[in-house]
Design a protein around this ligand. Structure first.
Ligand SMILES: Nc1ncnc2c1ncn2[C@@H]1O[C@H](COP(=O)(O)OP(=O)(O)OP(=O)(O)O)[C@@H](O)[C@H]1O
Ligand code: SF4
Ligand SMILES: [Mg+2]
Length: 378
């Protein structure tokens, strides 16, 4: 996360009174669907992102400009109290998806709906309030903390920004330290006096300071040793149970994602290629990319034959391949793969995949950008 974004993220202002403006609609590519407040209250979906697209302008030398396609029609939802893992190789758009969800960058198109409310329809004040509900745990626990602030000050900072008194913020920081398995005395430590695992616990405490509902963890354990990783992952699952948290858990490590997630979204070059329950993904992956990813990390089940390995380089997101973006590395590519983008279909109940090998099953209702099956027959 860039410094400006961090400051914008941290420096949210005092919340307005506790009346939540539940707008009752969110955009869909086929028009607006209207939800009654009852629908919203009863819905078990906390976050729904639909058709998010983001292109970043980049300079290619003198007067030459191009666009990086970082998110292209990204859709998924997260049910309350569950974890959705986002997985894929470096540069596939995981952090871009997180930044779009958190409102740190604006999408070119598409919607982010929190509790059924399209965040675009919210007033500025309500958006600031919403930012309390969504917090982030960063990858690098050291650079995410201000080295000149004590641990206690770092945890208290977001509360102070939201108008909590100094003494109350201090008290709550001590409680949060206990909650993440540290001692209240750690409040007087500075980041350089703590281990990587301890620092990540501080980051988690800071993320919890405003009692969020959604925690976005972007490679939150990637910088930690394996044994410390396990401790922090266990802490996150314990806190989820205790506080009813909902997680968007981003990692390039499939094993970590499997451990943490109820459902997994697999991304490739800015697109969702597969989405299903965690066990289903690891037992019966469908997309050639997912199978290759699993083959590359080694299967978790020793009885399963190893899958194909992932070969070749990721193509440039400035000029992604036509049709299916994975086709340049896919061992099963067919001529149609260069022509048409595959729709995200549901060949099995609750299991979505975007691949021409799976043309059976209904197209995902959230997939407006994919090629409809009828086009294939033409
Ligand atoms: N501000 C930006 N300007 C230009 N390109 C960007 C910007 N932010 C991201 N990108 C590009 O968008 C693509 C997706 O980046 P993103 O950071 O979302 O990937 P990622 O999946 O999180 O990768 P990693 O696993 O390495 O963190 C990459 O090609 C990246 O270079
Ligand atoms: S659509 Fe074609 S290229 Fe893409 S993953 Fe499926 S078979 Fe491979
Ligand atoms: Mg990233």
């Amino acid at each position: 996360m860039m410094m400006g974004e961090y400051l914008a993220f941290a420096a949210v202002q005092s919340p307005e009174p506790e009346t939540r403006d539940v707008a009752t609609r969110w955009g869909s590519p086929t028009g607006f669907r209207t939800y009654s407040p009852q629908d919203v209250a009863q819905s078990d979906v906390l976050l729904r992102v639909q058709d998010l697209t983001k292109r970043f302008p980049v300079s290619l030398g003198f007067r030459k400009k191009a666009y990086v396609s970082a998110a292209d029609g990204v859709s998924f939802e997260i049910k309350k109290g569950t974890t959705v893992g986002i997985v894929g190789e470096s540069g596939c758009g995981k952090s871009t998806a997180a930044r779009l969800v958190l409102g740190l960058i604006e999408p070119d198109s598409g919607t982010v709906a929190f509790e059924g409310v399209d965040v675009k329809t919210l007033s500025r004040g309500r958006r600031r309030e919403l930012r309390r509900d969504m917090q982030m745990v960063f990858q690098d626990p050291y650079s995410a903390l201000n080295p000149r602030m004590s641990v206690g000050e770092s945890i208290a900072f977001p509360m102070r920004v939201h108008g909590t008194s100094r003494s109350e913020a201090r008290e709550r920081a001590a409680l949060l330290l206990r909650q993440v398995g540290l001692h209240p005395n750690h409040a007087s430590y500075y980041p350089h006096q703590m281990s990587g695992g301890q620092r990540q616990r501080v980051n988690i405490a800071r993320a919890l300071a405003l009692q969020p509902r959604l925690v976005v963890a972007d490679e939150a354990v990637s910088a930690l040793d394996k044994s410390v990783q396990a401790q922090v992952l266990n802490l996150l699952t314990d806190l989820q149970e205790e506080l009813g948290l909902t997680y968007m858990f981003i990692s390039h490590d499939l094993n970590v994602v499997q451990y943490m997630s109820d459902r997994v979204v697999v991304m490739y070059l800015g697109q969702v290629v597969e989405e299903c329950a965690s066990e289903e993904l690891y037992e019966r992956p469908l997309h050639p990319y997912t199978r290759a990813l699993l083959g590359s990390v080694g299967g978790l089940d020793p009885d399963q034959p190893p899958g194909p390995r992932l070969e070749g380089e990721i193509p440039s997101p400035i000029d992604p391949p036509s049709g299916c973006r994975f086709r340049t590395r896919c061992p099963e590519a067919m001529p149609v793969c260069a022509e048409l983008r595959p729709a995200l279909r549901q060949p099995r109940e609750g299991h979505y995949v975007a691949c021409h090998l799976f043309e059976e099953g209904p197209v995902s209702p959230s997939d407006s950008s994919a090629t409809p099956a009828t086009a294939l027959a033409v």
